[in-house]
Design a protein around this ligand. Structure first.
Ligand code: HCA
Ligand code: CU
Length: 452
């Protein structure tokens, strides 16, 4: 174990809520990335996402096992370098490899320097029948042997064991396997692999496991097939499950899993402030925009931390909001970064962000091809901005003077996006606004002109 430092996790005091973000594992399994030629996370994308997650306050990040492919193995090493570069500024972030219950997966992950192993194997009848064909005794025995070996050879590594498809695994089946591994692991996972769980079932399952394994932390993971991934995660959090799996914008297999920002927003609304310890909530929306941009889409309209939730369309809503935003805005989205100033325009902005800004915020009639052309010109000029000129001004001037874009006609009094800026602030759109800038926490309160 040349690269893993055994004392790290032992010395870490976990917070009341530890997000295990899986955007770079579960998230990469989204159907949005199915067309590899069109949509994929480049290594640079992954580095940006990891950096942004760390700056957001996430301390546990799940990655594909290096066994998956040579590309993933090399990316793992690159991501470790990104993590290392942020230790001084943000503390240590644990990189967890998602591994099958298999010595080869484990060995390659440890060789790549993983801090932890998220081991999984199917335990429901469906999963056993179609995934590996083994009985529960054999699953329990193999898991136990593997984890004993890990504990002996790599005592400092974080070990999590998950019986896949936990909510179609009966309690007896689950106990048959978990009894064998519980004394050896740091966490027991409860993945709702096919999205069948309900809050009531979560409560039942979590309390059964807590009673049987009082000293072991639990981890929950909910798929959104029934649209319940968020509410199930909130229930798990309410019951004191410390580790919750999320992705940015909720991307993942099929309809995805719990969205990290949706979860934190809801905990905030529920006044569960202790569970928000250490998360930089203002970076929520920028994080969503960044990942959505890399997926070549807008922040999904169902995502609670989205501009959609501050966009008022009906005339009645608009005029009420002009008098007081609280008329149709109940939630503190500004504290989650849903403000114009957080759109993050800069040299690294993709055409999607530019398209979004011009179309959704400034109401230009702009198609995607034109947005791409504007982005190219914007990128060429943004580094040369005069002091005092903002990227937004440059973009608007390109849109109008070089491309002759027209703005949508809006009723005179309408202001469909009403910013609830409690404190009047100068324009704060920033240059270089991708992850590196997320680190400039003070910038939220700092007027920024053309460059930083
Ligand atoms: C998968 C399935 C998984 C694993 C979760 C876990 C699930 O894609 O391999 O390791 O706890 O939902 O069961 O994401
Ligand atoms: Cu999953």
């Amino acid at each position: 174990m040349d690269t893993t430092e055994p004392a790290r996790f032992a010395a870490y005091a976990p917070r009341p809520l530890e997000i295990i973000d899986s955007t770079l594992r579960e998230g990469q399994q989204t159907s949005l990335l199915h067309d590899h030629h069109k949509y994929f996370f480049t290594r640079g994308d992954k580095e940006d996402i990891l950096r942004a997650l760390i700056i957001y306050g996430v301390k546990f990040v799940e990655l594909f096992a290096p066994v998956v492919s040579e590309q993933e193995r090399e990316d793992f090493l690159a991501l470790k370098a990104v993590r290392d570069s942020l230790i001084t500024q943000k503390g240590y972030t644990f990189l967890l490899a998602h591994v099958r219950c298999h010595p080869r997966d484990v060995e390659l992950a440890l060789r790549a320097g993983a801090d932890g192993l998220n081991i999984y194997i199917g335990t429901s009848a469906e999963s056993r029948r179609h995934n590996h064909g083994h009985g529960l005794d054999r699953v329990a025995h193999e898991a136990r042997t593997l984890i004993e070996d890990i504990r002996r050879d790599y005592p400092g590594v974080i070990v999590r064991f998950s019986g896949e498809d936990a909510y179609r695994t009966t309690l007896d089946e689950q106990f048959a396997v978990y009894d064998a591994v519980a004394p050896l692991v740091d966490r027991l996972g409860l993945p709702d692999t096919v999205g069948v769980a309900t809050p009531a079932r979560v409560a039942e399952r979590v309390s059964a496991l807590r009673t049987r394994y009082p000293g072991v932390d639990l981890e929950a993971h909910f798929h959104n097939d029934r649209g319940l991934a968020l509410v199930n995660a909130l229930e798990a959090a309410r019951l004191g499950v410390r580790y919750l799996d999320t992705t940015v914008c909720g991307v993942g297999e099929r309809s995805g899993i719990t969205s990290v920002t949706a979860l934190l927003l809801n905990l905030h609304i529920e006044h569960a402030y202790d569970q928000l310890e250490g998360y930089h909530l203002r970076n929520s929306y920028p994080l969503n925009v960044m990942v959505a941009d890399k997926l070549k889409m807008l922040v999904p309209f169902q995502e609670p931390v989205s501009l959609t939730n501050r966009t008022h369309t009906a005339g009645v809503h608009q005029s009420a909001v002009l008098h007081g935003a609280e008329a149709y805005e109940a939630h503190p989205l500004d504290q989650f970064g849903v403000t114009e100033s957080e759109i993050l325009l800069g040299p690294l902005s993709g055409w999607n962000a530019v398209h979004y800004f011009l179309k959704e915020i400034r109401y230009y009639q702009v198609d995607e091809a034109t947005a791409k052309a504007i982005t190219a010109m914007f990128k060429a000029q943004v580094y040369g901005l005069a002091p005092g000129q903002s990227p937004e001004q440059l973009l608007v001037s390109l849109a109008e003077t070089e491309f002759g874009l027209a703005r949508l006609h809006l009723p005179p009094a309408a202001n469909p996006i009403v910013q609830r800026l409690d404190v009047p602030a100068p324009l704060r759109v920033r240059v270089g606004g991708l992850p590196a800038d997320l680190s400039v926490e003070a910038a939220d309160d700092r007027p920024v002109g053309g460059s930083e």
